[in-house]
Design a binder for this molecule. Structure first.
Ligand code: SF4
Ligand code: FES
Length: 246
């Protein structure tokens, strides 16, 4: 495939940034999207030009680092996958592809396609943990009865990888789906009950402080989430929040 790429280039946080056009040739449909970006970067380096900065780590859909807005969609046109799991077979010869960073005030651009998602880390630090008794007489986790239904729902919520696609897809740049997943994974388990009230209050307060907007109820986040985190989690977050404020 021969493709035209229109890519966001931005030297640093203070730079205004702009779209720059590149051509790539002989791209195999079996390549991943990031491999295609590697090919482009190798050609830029060979020409003594600055390669395009983009985030990635595991390239297996686990770490949540890769974060590209491709043709206006977080993680591109496929469903239930991250950018690193997107394959070039989703495109066709002659296509023009627009590649931008995830856009949100709370995700400032560091360089080119790399954004700062430390706001998610600060939300996690505000309450995304449980206290564990390490005195030596800790109860074996396997001896605490948990219904299969709740265990499954908690595991589903825990599959959130913190990629930020939900924020990038939301017209309010809301982080509700992310926070809902992080609250839900503990709210469904007895181990999460101890700090339940503080957790939801503190995480929501930090979410607001970081500048994320409120939920639009349009569900774009659920559509673009690579891990299938559902809106039911936002309903649970709202219930947890209400219960904590009474
Ligand atoms: S809820 Fe989904 S889209 Fe949002 S951060 Fe978690 S995995 Fe990514
Ligand atoms: S690079 Fe780790 S999820 Fe894409």
């Amino acid at each position: 495939m021969n493709l035209t790429l229109k890519i966001w280039r931005q030297k640093g946080p203070q730079d205004k940034g702009r779209m720059v056009e590149y051509k790539v040739t002989d791209i195999s449909e079996h390549m991943s999207f990031l491999e295609m970006m590697d090919v482009l970067n190798e050609s830029l380096v060979a020409k003594d030009e600055e390669p395009i900065a983009f985030d990635h780590d595991c390239r297996e859909g686990i770490c949540g680092m890769c974060s590209l807005q491709i043709n206006g969609e977080a993680h591109g046109p496929d469903r239930g996958i991250t950018t690193c799991q997107l394959h070039m077979r989703m495109f066709k010869d002659g296509d023009t592809i627009y590649i931008e960073p995830f856009r949100a005030n709370a995700f400032p651009v560091i360089k080119d396609l790399v954004v700062d998602r430390m706001s998610f880390e600060r939300i996690q630090q505000a309450g995304g943990y449980i206290s564990v008794n390490t005195s030596g007489n800790t109860q074996d986790a396997n001896s605490i009865p948990i219904s299969k239904h709740n265990a499954d729902l908690s595991m589903d919520a825990a599959s959130c990888i913190g990629c930020g696609a939900c924020v990038a897809s939301c017209k309010n740049s809301s982080a509700m789906l992310f926070v809902a997943a992080k609250v839900s994974q503990f709210a469904l388990l007895p181990q999460g009950k101890i700090e339940a009230k503080d957790r939801v209050m503190n995480m929501v307060a930090q979410m607001d402080l970081e500048g994320f907007g409120n939920c639009t109820n349009t569900g774009a986040c659920e559509v673009e989430c690579p891990k299938g985190i559902t809106l039911e989690n936002i309903a649970r977050l709202n219930r947890e929040y209400l219960a904590a404020t009474i």
